[in-house]
Write a protein that binds this ligand. Structure first.
Ligand SMILES: C[S@@+](CC[C@H](N)C(=O)[O-])C[C@H]1O[C@@H](n2cnc3c(N)ncnc32)[C@H](O)[C@@H]1O
Length: 502
């Protein structure tokens, strides 16, 4: 495992938005201590393995561990790696880490095309469980073209969507989009708390005949009957009529009844819409245009996703405080979408992006800076979203190959790593040199000396002046008996290092 070295921060001294330059396998491991089980939404757009990409198999697919894994899982055929095996070898360990980072009610969305779609789906079923599949979105990415296609013009790709635990996620709904909002054009005296309304027919031609839904509604002394039946029960319709929420219209002697559907529910929440499994009206071309306006060069990055596509997905599965992770960040579209959404709804979502290529700084981070500050000129000028981020690179290894602490990284990084593993925000400086911080009334201590073994004993306890309900103490050796520890709510953790050299 490596540490993350903060290189710079944009627009703030500290930022919870992160861009990490490095291989995502290492970066995801480095995020685990702090983010395990906390990420609400993962959106990734990995290389599709089209055969034309210049992506690197930067894991050695002949690594003995991978060969062993293939031997166990795939059997003899695993000795002959095909193109798909190599891609899966790259994806599998990353997906395992992504799953650990996902919150129990989190959702992962993965863009993919037909090259790896079926293989990816099988791996996701194995890792997440088939029962946790939410949907395969079909994204209609272009409106046509394809003059060069010999057989069929392919205009779509997929977005696989799995939950960590489908039982834990509530309704997935979208806020009303601009198209829908246009229908809400009427106002009445409830406007202040229920917003504008649209008219919806009360009658239905639904096939199942329910006699209790067929009754007359009296209007101006006249009985109005549905052609087939109403959608609502008699009580509900009468209540709506008494509340001035039914509208009657007459055309050539025939009455129709509509009900007012307000934008906001009675408790003031905006009406949401269900999403469909086919995503239309958002095209690849929009992503290319976007990058052209932002970076001044449409060729700076090939086929970035349109930010609206990612926004659409985030709208569905995040709330205003979610953490969103994209470990194949490319041009940084996911950060763009997060910043846009926060600007629109006043949210405080956080993004974590990982990109291994050198353009992490010149394209990924640069795009995010421009989105924050505003970009484009004249008619194409887009105001800034505001926001900030920190830029990290992968630092030294925290453990050596025998899983002992790499002490050469220095005490500050070691303390910080241990604190984050304990879900503390970072190592605090206290009156006591071993103090790390406090959580749930437990005091955390890291009793460490670089050149000698440390002991959890009565002498060490005597140095603690701060009173806590419970204590978690790291040291090399524990000399207290378990009864005493139990009575005084003390837990011991051994520092992972070899002390035989002292
Ligand atoms: C298809 S692009 C993502 C495009 C992105 N969605 C956008 O809209 O700009 C895939 C990205 O993943 C990056 N990548 C591939 N393997 C990676 C790895 N092991 N670690 C980090 N990034 C990786 C590639 O360099 C590339 O920029």
């Amino acid at each position: 495992m490596r540490c993350l070295d903060r290189r710079s921060t944009y627009n703030a001294e500290e930022s919870e938005n992160r861009i990490i330059h490095g291989d995502n396998l290492e970066a995801l491991k480095a995020l685990l201590p702090e983010y395990e089980g906390r990420v609400q939404c993962i959106y990734i757009d990995p290389p599709y393995n089209t055969g034309n990409e210049s992506w690197v198999y930067n894991d050695n697919v002949k690594d003995p561990r991978i060969v062993r894994w293939l031997g166990e899982v795939v059997g003899k055929e695993g000795e002959d790696f095909c193109r798909h095996d190599k891609w899966l070898c790259m994806m599998y360990p990353r997906l395992q880490l992504l799953k650990r980072l996902l919150a129990s009610d989190g959702v992962i969305l993965i863009s993919i095309d037909e090259n790896e779609h079926r293989y990816l789906e099988m791996v996701l079923e194995e890792l997440f469980g088939a029962g946790n599949k939410i949907e395969t979105f079909v994204w209609k990415k272009s409106y046509g073209g394809g003059a060069k296609s010999k057989h069929i013009v392919n205009v779509h790709e997929y977005i696989l969507c799995f939950a960590k635990n489908k039982q834990s996620i509530g309704l997935l709904e979208l806020p009303p989009n601009e198209k829908l909002l246009k229908y809400y054009k009427f106002k009445d005296d409830k406007f202040a708390y229920r917003g504008p309304y649209r008219l919806q027919p009360l009658a239905t031609n639904s096939m199942d005949m329910r006699p209790n839904l067929r009754y007359p509604i009296t209007h101006n002394g006249e009985e109005v009957w549905p052609e087939k039946q109403w959608q609502w029960s008699r009580d509900r319709a009468i209540a709506a009529q008494e509340n001035d929420e039914l509208v009657f219209k007459e055309k050539q002697g025939i009455w129709t009844v509509s009900y007012k559907q307000y934008l906001k529910t009675i408790d003031g929440k905006e009406r949401k819409a269900k999403a469909y499994s086919i995503i239309e009206d958002i095209y690849t071309q929009q992503g290319t245009n976007e990058i052209k306006v932002i970076l001044g060069d449409g060729k700076a990055f090939s086929f970035p996703k349109p930010s609206r596509l990612v926004e659409y997905l985030l709208n569905l599965v995040t709330d205003k405080n979610s953490i969103i992770l994209d470990s194949f960040a490319g041009s940084g579209t996911t950060a763009h979408a997060v910043l846009n959404l926060n600007k629109k709804d006043g949210g405080n979502r956080k993004f974590i992006l990982i990109e291994m290529m050198d353009y992490a700084e010149t394209i990924t981070a640069e795009r995010v800076r421009r989105v924050i500050d505003g970009y484009g000129e004249d008619t194409k000028a887009v105001p800034g979203t505001g926001g900030d981020f920190s830029y990290y690179t992968l630092g030294e290894r925290i453990f050596d190959h025998e899983d002992n602490l790499n002490e050469s990284i220095g005490i500050a990084k070691i303390r910080d790593y241990v604190a984050r593993t304990e879900q503390l925000p970072g190592a605090e400086q206290g009156e006591h040199p071993a103090w790390l911080g406090e959580k749930d009334r437990m005091g955390y201590y890291f009793h460490y000396q670089p050149d000698q073994a440390t002991f959890l004993n009565m002498d060490f306890l005597a140095t603690l002046t701060r009173k806590n309900e419970a204590y978690l103490i790291y040291a090399d050796v524990c000399l207290l008996d378990s009864d005493f520890m139990h009575r005084h709510c003390i837990r011991f953790k051994k520092i992972p290092r070899d002390i035989s050299r002292f």
